[in-house]
Design a binder for this molecule. Structure first.
Ligand SMILES: Cc1cc2nc3c(=O)[nH]c(=O)nc-3n(C[C@H](O)[C@H](O)[C@H](O)COP(=O)(O)O)c2cc1C
Length: 396
């Protein structure tokens, strides 16, 4: 995917900022960079050179211009350069939208339809419409792209953000001479938003377009998740900026090994396999129950699960004295040190303890056989109104 080509712009200094969490750097990344600052002729010439050197590899030219004539011109120049496809950048949340481009387009379905229509008049190679996540319902612009004849959609571009404030300068980063501006957020922390939007579009029969999944993809597992939620391809930006192009080899190898372990021969064997498991809340089964199970052999006694459950969840973990409760935890345990124990009657199966536990696999969530027939919220409300079921008692 080529850096977006358009009328060259002038960038500012500095341009990037990040959300670091403890020692983990660039969990989230933010930029106020614009489209390519190089001349279109330079970009198109280099696309042609790359295609000549690597004819078997696809190159997609990302474009962003304004008028119908300019779109026609750039679409033709992209095709003439040998690009295999075009991506329309309707997503940049900064700089270009003030000029009526980028996310200013992606937030307006009517304008999407118009511009995609212009592009399709001139396009002889596939056209992907890249969508902005800075919108309430991503399926609305996706449907507009479909209606105007796009061949595919890609998502997400970056999310409006301020990652941090420099408290000495009383100004957010990236710092530009005493000022800053809202930048585009991406990187690992953006993946859940991207997955959510990819699934929404994959599940919408009115969209029904191939989807290129983007946002926080950093390893093979992320890529597999995008594909399982319906993506036909995956793009990587921040992780490459962080670790370099070589990580793609690890991604391909990891994905391939995982596919072998599952017996998947092609991407199509599992593409979209998780889409239908996402449903409306009202369709979830109220009879399903899970509870936490703590493996005391691996528990290090940090009691983070107890703190989280006590202060932030359902007070369903007791701290008990193992000896007094007849538990022999083997050698190496300090006598009198209390350990966490799940109170199954109080546990609502919220997962919090398993999420805060620092020991992998120490707290697992186990299915409970309730003996109750499945019932959804909707069915429960209907049957309750007809007096066919007793009200489910409120949590104590
Ligand atoms: C420094 C930087 C520059 C970017 N430039 C472009 C661009 O020119 N055109 C575009 O469509 N998206 C651009 N993006 C957005 C990425 O292509 C991608 O949609 C987004 O960063 C989410 O993916 P990621 O989490 O893998 O970075 C840029 C992102 C970054 C961080």
């Amino acid at each position: 995917m080529w850096k977006t080509i358009g009328d060259p712009i002038v960038n500012v200094s500095s341009r990037y900022s990040a959300l670091n969490i403890d020692s983990k750097l660039m969990v989230g990344f933010n930029n106020i960079e614009l489209i390519s600052d190089r001349a279109p002729e330079t970009n198109f010439r280099e696309i042609a050179e790359c295609k000549k050197l690597w004819p078997d590899h696809a190159i997609i030219a990302s474009l962003m211009v304004d008028t119908r004539e300019r779109w026609h011109e750039f679409v033709k120049r992209a095709a003439d350069s040998g690009a295999d496809g075009i991506e329309l950048n309707f997503g940049c949340p900064h700089g270009m939208c003030e000029r009526g481009m980028g996310s200013a387009v992606g937030q307006n379905p009517k304008v999407i339809e118009t511009i995609v229509g212009w592009v399709m008049e001139a396009a002889e190679i596939p056209v992907i419409v890249k969508l902005t996540p800075n919108i309430t319902d991503i399926t609305v612009p996706a449907r507009a792209a479909k209606k105007a004849g796009a061949d595919a959609i890609s998502m997400i571009n970056t999310i409006n953000s301020i990652t941090q404030v420099n408290l000495d300068k009383m100004c957010p980063e990236p710092y530009v001479g005493g000022q800053s501006t809202h930048g585009g957020y991406c990187g690992p922390a953006a993946k859940p938003i991207a997955l959510n939007m990819v699934q929404s579009c994959a599940a919408d029969p009115e969209v029904n377009l191939p989807i290129s999944g983007i946002g926080g993809c950093s390893n093979w597992k992320d890529a597999a998740e995008f594909i399982a939620l319906g993506a036909t391809s995956v793009q990587v930006c921040t992780a490459i900026m962080h670790y370099g192009f070589r990580i793609v080899e690890d991604m391909c190898e990891g994905l391939s090994q995982w596919m072998d372990s599952k017996g998947y021969k092609t991407i199509e064997d599992f593409r979209g396999a998780a889409v239908k498991s996402v449903t409306k809340f009202e369709n979830l089964n109220l009879s399903y129950k899970r509870v936490a199970f703590i493996n005391h052999e691996t528990c290090i006694g940090c009691n983070l699960c107890w703190v989280a459950c006590e202060d932030g969840a359902h007070q369903a973990i007791d701290l008990i004295d193992p000896e007094a409760n007849g538990l022999d935890l083997g050698p190496g345990r300090l006598p009198g040190v209390r350990i966490p124990r799940i109170n199954e009657d109080r546990c609502v199966g919220c997962n919090l303890c398993s999420l805060v536990c620092p020991v992998e696999g120490c707290i697992t969530m186990l299915d409970v056989e309730t003996g109750k027939d499945p019932i959804t919220w909707k069915q429960y409300q209907e049957r309750l109104a007809r007096g066919e079921v007793e009200p489910i008692p409120a949590h104590p």
